[in-house]
Each structure stands twice: as structure tokens, then as C-alpha cells.
Design a binder for this molecule. Sequence first.
Ligand code: FE2
Length: 338
Amino acid sequence: MLDKIVNTAFMPVARVLQYDYVTKPMRPLGTNNTMKIARAYNYMINGRYHKHREHQYRSNFDELMNENGPPVSPVNEIKDGWALDTSRTLPHLERLLLDTGEIINEYGGVKRTDFGRPWFQEIPVDGLLDKYPSILDFATSSDVLATASKHLGLIPVLSAALPHGIRFNESWAKHDDAPPDFFRGSQLFHIDYHDSPMVYVIVLLNDITMENGPFCFMPQSTSEKVSKALNYRTRGKPHRLSDEEIYSAAPESELIKVCYPAGTVLFLDPSRCFHYGSRNAVNPRYALMYAFVSPSRRDFAELLLERKLYPVRSTDTRLRKYVLRKEYTGQDTSFQSP
Ligand SMILES: [Fe+2]
């Protein structure tokens, strides 16, 4: 109750700090400063959950994983900001590919106007999570969570605000009226500011070549070098950078293009690695993008936007409940209020 009063009072300040946060995020104080303020604020509200999750990861993670089903594959470890799994052995992955294939057949290929990014459309799947349980089963598997948790140092939660915890993306140039080689938004290099560290798990749902507008990124060490050289995220600096700016500080040869077969899974920290995607996708690119964050993220999205909550069942394992609700603390009564 007290949290709600404090949040309501702080909302106008947060709105000013984050400003028009899709196109000109965090302009008034700069991204670095705003992220620090947002973390301090969110930690004041949610620090108890943050600490609890750190403790559970340090002291109880094996037990939680065993209850959830122990990892079936060698656990991927994020190094230099990323890890790539091409084994196609992660649990629920085959079922996920079959299910998402059905979704693409039924809902893909349609121009959508409700999302504002024609080069990077979203197929809405919130209403399909019961019909296709593999979407949440994959995200909450111990194999995926072991990788994400180790990188974050705590048991994460699926993001409840932008970027949403589950996005089913269709990138296809035919939906976009812009001329080829005209890039904007997420087609330009940037580093995400929602939380840091954070983890994206990106599942390729079809075979990807340069014709499909692949996701591309710079490793963390390269990105740090570029950020330092360009004073990225300081006050007055833009959120998106041109290729010329990036390649003035690091060679293009360090860019990693995620051109791999369907079923490849990329684990990436988008808060530490420059990235872009969906350029000149003359053929469609389909990907599931999961976003894992801490309970005290570094932006004000949860404060300013309505939270998107994924379904929790009483029969779910404790680990799964942790991932679906930031308020969960191991007791079934601890996550009822959003
Ligand atoms: Fe991004």
C-alpha cells in the first residue's frame, strides 16, 4: 500500500526523467545518470525481493533447479556478454519450434499497425500461452535459467514492462514502406538501458541468412571500448548510433551476425553489447525474444506502464514462480498482488 502511494507520487518525476522513452529516452539527465536514479528508486521499493533472489541463487539454487527438473544439457555460460547454443538439445526446444511454426502459419505475414515498428513486428502471443505451453516451459527450464541466473547473480524475473518478457518477432521488409538501407530505431546500434546486467534469450525460429535481417551485436569488450571512445550514454549523447560512429572506434570485423539455423539460441546481455537487427529482411526473420531482468531494474518502465504479467499456476515449481512474479518469495501467498 505504501509502495503504491510512493510510486504514484514519484510518477511525474519519473516521466520527466525518462521522457519520451522510446525515441528519446532519458534525455534530461543522460542515460547513465537516469539509470542510477532508477536503480536507487526501484531498489528502495523492491530491494527486499532483489536481496532475497540473490540469496536464493547463492544458497538454494541447486535445490530449486532439481525441483524444476535439473539441466539436461551442459549449461551455457555467458562470456564477453554472450553465449550461443547451436546444439538444439535445450529442453522443450523441439516442441517450441513445432508450436511456433503453427503460430507463424496462422498469424504470420500480416502487416500490423498496433506496434509502431513495421520493420520489427510482434505477433501477439499472450493469449496463446495456454494453447502452446512450450513458450513458457522453455523460458522457465533449468537450462535457460541456470545461464541467465549465473550472469545476473540472482534468480531473474521475466520483464513485466518494455521490453516485454516474451516477444514473438517477425522482421520482414515487405511490411516497411521505408527504402532499403534507410535504418532507424532498433535497426541502429544501441545498448539497452532497461536493466544492467540483463539477459535476452533469442531463439531463432527459422533458418537465418543475411537475407533475413539477422540480429547483429558487438561483444561486451568491444562495446566497452566503443562506449568509452564515444562517451556513449553521457548527457546529450543520442541513444542510437550510426555504423560510421561505431566503426570509428572498432573494426566492423568484430561484429557478430547471428546467421544460424532454426533452433539456435543466443544468450546476450543487451545492456553491455551494442546491437541492432531487422535490416533489409527481404525474407522474413522469426524469433522468440525472452527478456530477463532483476526486480529492481534501471529504468522507470514498470512505474510508467501497466505491468504485463504471465500466468502462474499453483502447481508450478518455485523456480518457475520466481521467474513469473517479482514478488514471489517462496510462499504461495507472496505473489498475489501485482
Ligand atoms: Fe535493443
